[in-house]
Design a protein around this ligand. Structure first.
Ligand SMILES: Cc1cc2nc3c(=O)[nH]c(=O)nc-3n(C[C@H](O)[C@H](O)[C@H](O)COP(=O)(O)OP(=O)(O)OC[C@H]3O[C@@H](n4cnc5c(N)ncnc54)[C@H](O)[C@@H]3O)c2cc1C
Length: 157
């Protein structure tokens, strides 16, 4: 008998992680499937200065790590794979991930954020490489997310 979650959240950026914290605190069994860029766009930035509660700037990846740890502490399960197929025509809803695993849920929250429209200019390539090196200098633990992100940006994926 397959495991059925109350809620599966697709996307592990701030929206998905916030949804996880709220729903798991509401007593639901929650799985977050975070895609190839768990943490989302905040992984791409350094100082976040506009998040309430932080008197001093917090680094984007650090803020995301705290959100994820908070979700984990409350009982959220995480899977860093991409959802590739969904079937919303039957109950429970069915989701298939990159490794062809199937997951079932009574409800699904889609929080996949947005993507950029690139002009394919050489300066975009240079900019993404610069971002990688800046981030690697400051935040070595997020090497793999960065490499994934940057490859996506320069469309080598
Ligand atoms: C350089 C930069 C600096 C920024 N600075 C600030 C700032 O200082 N303050 C501020 O408030 N905001 C800032 N932002 C904006 C902020 O990062 C976004 O508003 C926020 O990340 C949006 O959150 P989200 O969860 O909606 O989407 P995202 O952060 O885009 O997350 C989307 C998630 O969905 C996942 N996903 C996508 N497709 C799938 C799939 N098929 N299966 C599974 N998962 C999937 C991705 O892997 C990712 O985890 C900045 C953004 C950038 C790029």
């Amino acid at each position: 008998m397959p495991k059925v979650y109350d809620i599966i959240i697709v996307g592990a950026g701030p929206a998905g992680l916030t949804a996880a914290i709220y729903t798991v605190r509401g007593g639901r069994k929650v799985l977050v499937v975070g895609g190839i860029a768990p943490g989302g766009q905040l992984m791409l930035t350094t100082d976040v200065e506009d998040y309430p509660g932080f008197v001093q700037p917090v680094q984007g990846p650090e803020l995301v790590r705290m959100m994820r740890d908070q979700g984990k502490r409350l009982g959220t399960e995480f899977l860093d794979e991409k959802v590739e197929r969904v079937n919303f025509k039957k109950q429970p809803f069915e989701l298939e991930t990159t490794s062809k695993q199937k997951f079932f849920a009574k409800a699904v929250i889609i929080a996949v954020g947005s993507d950029y429209k690139w002009l394919n200019l050489p300066s975009e390539f240079v900019s993404s490489i610069e971002q990688v090196f800046t981030k690697l200098r400051h935040i070595p633990e997020s090497i793999f997310s960065w490499i994934n992100f940057s490859f996506k940006f320069i469309k080598l994926e």
